[in-house]
Design a protein around this ligand. Structure first.
Ligand code: EPS
Length: 376
């Protein structure tokens, strides 16, 4: 299974092509739209989200809401394009308007300018922008529907915003309520503090990052590989998560904490009962030896604060190399809820890839049969 995305932030549309889906997978378009709306939500989002009303249009690969086995392609139109046509139109436009040379520290602007031989960072930021993640949410929701046929569910919540951390341990079913909350947090007191922190940062022209926890329930053991490093499941998940704009760290299970504890405390002892292997703890986060072990997958990621600050950081003007204040027009103060939805989506896609690598299958019924017959 493979996903290609295309599209500029203020261009005509975002596009995705998913290759390798089996036939006979039922597609729920309203669920894709639900996740697109959720990606736009959350406390701390900026003005752009008032313009966009993301909805997917499937172009190919599906007939009467069922996949054909051919590439599934889709479009999400950028409503803001109408305001940007005169500076973004591929058919011809004014490239001297809306230029950006006061490069933003933390964004792709400066490195992209040098690498791609450009003089206007507009030609970099339009693609580097996190707007691209709308396409990954649409594709990830298709992957979620594929996994649901196998009994695999994905959830998650925000466990920290700018230092306001929730260290409580939650059950999978508790995490399902997170999206009803303004910051997708599960502890009301911490959420209130986090919202106040966002308000303070906004008033100061600043931005916030956060921590997101993703959970996967119901995946049988043996997905990934201990034989080929390139197919290790933890590596695939971490790669997918790190490919999301603004993610700077990721851990599975105990992650960084496991470096500080003894081996006797760091591993999950194994038991057998009623014909099944099980553990009473899950410090491994559901992955051992690069393979799923049948326990819940637990993954945490750190999102840095958004690099477009209304107060502007010190930088240089690329057109003169003289000192300047970084460009800003509008920005999200905190997009940690968006990141939560995006991470669920990229995790879903990476898992669907791992399942399809092991089980193959041209027809969804074949995939279900093969999955059901696995011991794990
Ligand atoms: C982004 C800048 C902002 C964000 C954008 C990512 O867009 P604009 O420049 O139009 O205000 O809102 O994210 C989205 C548009 C989105 O849909 O997530 C950036 O520079 O990365």
């Amino acid at each position: 299974m493979k996903l290609t995305t295309a599209g500029e932030s203020h261009g005509k549309a975002l596009i995705g092509i998913i290759e390798g889906l089996p036939s006979n997978l039922k597609i729920d378009i309203e669920e894709i739209n639900k996740y697109l709306v959720l990606r736009q939500s959350g406390y701390g989002r900026g003005g752009r989200q008032k313009i966009e009303r993301d909805r997917v249009e499937i172009i190919s690969g599906v007939r009467n809401l069922v996949t054909l086995g051919s590439p599934l392609s889709f479009v999400i139109v950028n409503k803001d394009y109408e305001n940007w046509r005169r500076v973004m139109a591929p058919e011809g436009c004014d490239v001297n308007e809306k230029t950006l040379t006061k490069v933003r520290p933390g964004h792709a602007d400066l490195t992209g300018l040098i690498k791609y031989g450009q003089t206007d960072a507009r030609n970099i930021l339009e693609r580097a922008s996190a707007r691209e993640t709308a396409a990954r949410v649409a594709a990830g929701t298709v992957a979620r529907q594929y996994l649901r046929n196998l009994g695999v569910e994905i959830s998650g919540y925000v466990s920290g915003v700018c230092g306001e951390r929730d260290e409580n341990v939650y059950k999978f079913k508790d995490t399902l309520k997170a999206k009803e909350q303004p910051l997708f947090m599960l502890n009301e007191e911490i959420q209130q503090r986090a919202m106040r922190r966002i308000d303070e940062l906004k008033a100061n022209g600043d931005t916030a990052g956060g921590i997101i926890e993703i959970r996967v329930k119901g995946l049988k053991s043996g997905f990934g590989s201990c034989m080929r490093y390139s197919e290790k499941l933890d590596a695939a998940l971490c790669s997918a998560v790190m490919s999301v704009q603004a993610i700077k760290g990721v851990e599975i299970g105990c992650g960084f904490d496991s470096a500080d504890i003894a081996g006797s405390e760091a591993h999950d002892e194994i038991y057998f009962s009623d014909g099944k292997y099980f553990r009473r703890t899950n410090k491994a986060g559901g992955i051992e030896g690069g393979m799923s072990n049948g326990e819940e997958i637990v993954l945490r990621a750190a999102m840095k604060p958004i690099p477009t600050l209304m107060k502007g950081l010190k930088t240089i003007d690329y057109s003169t190399n003289l000192p300047a204040v970084a460009s800003n027009e509008r920005s999200d103060v905190c997009a940690v809820c968006a990141a939560e939805i995006i991470l669920e989506s990229v995790v879903a896609f990476a898992l669907a890839e791992a399942v399809s690598l092991r089980l193959g299958g041209d027809d969804m019924r074949e995939v279900i049969e093969r999955y059901t017959s696995l011991k794990g």
